[in-house]
Design a protein around this ligand. Structure first.
Ligand SMILES: [Fe+2]
Ligand SMILES: [Fe+2]
Length: 170
């Protein structure tokens, strides 16, 4: 089976998106590490690793179907971070953009009757649901626990508790 040109383009764009997510999470992890949010830092380092794993999954998929994955330049992550809450909110927005992009690939696969890519992308659909839910739960904590130093410390601990579990499939 050969991928269509449109599909190769869409998957290559997804590789860029996953790489950008990995790089943005790495910057977030660094910001948190320097700002004393150790739990959040661990959480974002883990997220960054996961995004790289997502990127590699797509690279392998394209390569195995006979086309060399196009490894393009990625944008520099935004570096105007000011608070943990802002970082978490930005993460959720980014994940929502990624979800939308994955759904577009699936729509293209349906249109092309590309059953193989359609099936391949289902893992990403589940992964996005998990990631969005996790980040959304963290974001809700700011309303529930608060935004003073003690509250932020609690949220930081909560994020540390999340980073060990990961969202790898069994
Ligand atoms: Fe991802
Ligand atoms: Fe993600």
């Amino acid at each position: 089976m050969r991928l269509s040109d449109d599909m190769i383009k869409a998957l290559n764009e997804q590789i860029v998106m996953e790489s950008e997510a990995a790089s943005f999470y790495l910057y977030m992890a660094s910001w948190c590490e320097v700002s004393g949010h150790d739990g959040a830092s661990e959480f974002f380092y883990n997220q960054s690793d996961e995004e790289r794993m997502h990127m590699l999954k797509i690279v392998h998929y394209i390569n195995r179907l006979g086309t060399i994955a196009d490894i393009s330049t990625i944008r520099e992550p935004p570096k105007n971070l000011t608070s943990l809450e802002e970082i978490v909110r930005t993460s959720l927005e980014n994940e929502q953009k990624v979800t939308k992009s994955i759904h577009e690939i699936i729509t293209l696969a349906e249109k092309e009757r590309d059953r193989r890519t359609f099936d391949f992308m289902q893992w990403f659909v589940k992964e996005q649901i998990e990631e969005e839910d996790t980040v959304d739960r963290v974001l809700q904590k700011f309303d529930v626990i608060g935004r003073d130093k003690l509250a932020i410390n609690e949220i930081d601990k909560y994020m540390k508790s999340l980073s060990g579990s990961g969202s790898e499939p069994a």
